[in-house]
Design a protein around this ligand. Structure first.
Ligand SMILES: [Zn+2]
Ligand SMILES: [Zn+2]
Length: 676
């Protein structure tokens, strides 16, 4: 919002009703770049204001002598203070038990018995320049106390008012639902309908409630629409203010200083619950260094796999530093937080997507095996091949060759020889080779050795992680705010409003079996789930050379997709989704079929599992190894999907695991002996 520097430039408004609320007016930021009063309308809640102080024109001073006054000098000035403040008469502590509205007393200016330290106040001025008008200035327009917590009103999640018997009960869930829908830009009438449905579940149907609900939803939507990421012009100040106001959603914050880099760890209470629930004895995955080139600081996301095995972001860390001391500080803070909710909370396995990750540190802190996920490398290679080469046959060949190099880990051919040959054979693809030389040659040995030494995550898990990555990209890089990418406050705002709301609503729709279209969209949001919509009969394998497979489109029978190099992570499809670098449903479907066919090369996650298993036979069993195997097993393929139960990503590490693992191991042993 632009800042207006002169009072005369603020538009004059004339609300139609005698009584009006701040939401009825359009507010303007007033002041200058160094100091300005927030005057965007964001005040809503049934409170009253009392006169806290004021001045009047001294007696005997005539209007004529006033002409020399200018700008915003005033004749009269009244400060109205929200009646829940400014003093704090609460029992102490930073967060007070809250109320929805003020006590109803006869005295209009009476204070509530328990003050909440609310700093919300506004000033009404009569200016010399235009004495017949009132200028209203909000200095603090939100109902927050000095620590920045919302201390009363409908945005206060803990609010239970003294008039709770007279107003409909709005549970946290309904409130969150309404807020999420507003953030997602759903039309207000749909939001209201769902809001009323929610209230009726608790309070029954009531015409009066409906009109209250309509006001509530409308006002909430005004607040949200007018809210801005920019709490201050200076991004650093803005972020500090955000942190102060959102303490409940911050698990770690380290400001930039001479000795320390900037680190901000965000986790809402809902995300904490999800992490505790789905991460316990299960898998936590990392989506590292998102937006390295475009954002001011890259974003690191921790994800869990929810009940449908979709990747769910449970913590966001914004920082440029991946130095051990910094990572260990925020990781410990995060785990302590989970354990404060659930003592004994423990992660079963940790997926990394970058070979440069500090694996020892992760093992130390999480105390669990580490698995490696291929999707990032695959995606990067495929995207660059498609972008930088322009002959589909060459693209296909190159991708296949890169796949062979990765596969050859198990074949014994020297990687450096294979790489040299690759670069020689495709030397005329100069753009790609330039990218490959700069981005991959220096680190490929490290990546391949990580691949050799750690069990691989399944294609299913990779697909889920990729779906998160794609969604993040769509939400963050599809914004009209040019230049906002370099502001941390903007990133924080996007994550905690739109992205958070979208995941919240997806989960809510699924668990409460409501919002059918949201639920369907959510289920179909990974290629893995979309692949199961394709019947086996739609897939034809090229029988002779096994070079490709054909997948008939379900929507349009005249369309057929061709999947090259079937049965490998380095399959390549000609659909547009695949050509954007994604793991498409056709590839997943074809690979699923290949896994059950004789004569196809087993996929890498399967091979990696075999490797671990072979080692296990040679070495004495120790506990950590046992864990690696149980996870590798459950993360590789060969399962069938029955459409009802969700696929299991990881076996809980409990006492029964051992027997399950042993049982599976025996089955595996049989199968392996058959293969030989
Ligand atoms: Zn207030
Ligand atoms: Zn495809």
């Amino acid at each position: 919002m632009a800042i207006v520097e002169s009072v005369s430039k603020i538009p004059l408004q004339d609300p139609p009703e005698e009584e009006f609320s701040s939401a009825d007016l359009t507010w303007t930021k007033f002041g200058n770049a160094d100091h300005h009063d927030e005057a965007c309308s964001n005040v809503l809640c049934p409170t009253q204001f009392h006169i806290e102080g004021g001045t009047k024109l001294p007696k005997g001073q005539s209007r004529d002598t006033l002409k020399k006054y200018k700008g915003d000098e005033h004749i009269e000035y009244k400060k109205y203070q929200c009646s829940f403040g400014p003093e704090n008469y609460g029992e102490g502590g930073e967060i007070l038990p809250s109320r929805r509205c003020r006590t109803n007393t006869r005295n209009r200016a009476a204070r509530p018995q328990s003050m909440r330290g609310c700093t919300c106040h506004f000033v009404v001025k009569r200016l010399y320049a235009r004495p017949s008008l009132a200028l209203i200035v909000y200095n603090e327009r939100r109902h927050v106390n000095k620590s920045g917590f919302i201390c009363h009103g409908p945005l206060d999640r803990d609010a239970i008012g003294p008039r709770a018997t007279n107003i409909p009960y709005i549970s946290n869930e309904i409130q969150q639902q309404t807020i999420s829908m507003i953030h997602l830009g759903i039309p207000e009438e749909n939001i209201l309908e769902k809001h009323i449905e929610g209230i009726e579940r608790y309070c029954g149907s009531n015409v009066k409630f409906n009109s209250l609900a309509s006001q509530h939803v409308h006002k909430l939507s005004m607040i949200i629409k007018r809210s801005t990421h920019e709490l201050d012009l200076d991004d650093e100040v803005s972020i500090r203010m955000w942190v102060e106001r959102n303490r409940k959603s911050v698990f770690f914050h380290q400001d930039t200083s001479e000795s320390d880099p900037f680190v901000l760890g965000i986790q809402t209470e809902w995300q904490l619950q999800q992490m505790v629930r789905f991460g316990h004895h299960s898998v936590v995955a990392a989506d590292s260094s998102f937006g390295v080139k475009r954002l001011k600081y890259p974003l690191f996301t921790l994800l869990v796999f929810d009940s449908r095995q979709h990747a769910l972001p449970v913590a966001w860390i914004i920082t440029r530093s991946f130095a051990k001391p910094d990572v260990s500080k925020w990781l410990k803070a995060l785990i302590d937080r989970a354990r404060s909710v659930e003592p004994g909370w423990k992660v079963g396995g940790f997926f990394i997507d970058d070979a440069a990750a500090d694996i020892d540190l992760l093992r130390d802190i999480f105390g669990c095996p580490v698995l490696f996920s291929l999707w990032r490398m695959r995606r990067s290679w495929l995207r660059n091949i498609v972008r930088k080469c322009n002959n589909i046959e060459i693209e296909r060949e190159m991708f296949k060759r890169l796949g062979t190099i990765v596969y050859n880990i198990w074949g014994g051919t020297s990687t450096s020889v294979a790489l040299e040959q690759f670069m020689l054979d495709f030397v005329d693809q100069t753009d790609f080779m330039e990218y490959f030389r700069v981005s991959w040659v220096p680190k490929i040995e490290m990546w391949l050795s990580t691949r050799r030494n750690f069990p691989l995550a399944s294609q299913e898990a990779s697909g889920a992680l990729e779906a998160y990555h794609v969604k993040l990209k769509a939400k963050l890089f599809d914004d009209s705010h040019l230049g906002a990418l370099q502001r941390v406050d903007w990133l924080v705002h996007k994550l905690t409003t739109e992205l958070h709301s979208s995941y919240w609503l997806d989960r809510f729709a699924d668990e409460s079996d409501s919002f059918q279209n949201v639920k369907e969209g959510y289920i179909a949001s990974t290629s893995w789930h979309r692949a199961f919509q394709i019947p086996d009969s739609a897939v034809t394998m090229d029988g002779k050379d096994r070079l490709f497979a054909k997948v008939a489109s379900q929507k349009d029978s005249s369309v057929t997709r061709i999947v090259w190099n079937p049965g490998s992570e380095f399959s390549f499809c000609d659909c547009s989704w695949s050509l954007q670098g994604n793991l498409c449903k056709h590839v997943i479907k074809v690979n699923t079929i290949c896994e059950n066919l004789q004569g196809y090369q087993p996929s890498m996650s399967f091979r990696s599992f075999e490797e671990v298993l072979m080692d296990l036979w040679r070495k004495p069993v120790d506990d950590s190894f046992e864990l690696d195997v149980s996870l590798a097993w459950t993360h590789q393929k060969g399962r069938t999907y029955n459409g009802k139960r969700s696929l299991i990503l990881a076996t809980p590490v409990n006492r029964n695991t051992k027997s399950v693992v042993m049982h599976k191991k025996n089955r595996k042993r049989k199968r392996l002996s058959r293969l030989r």
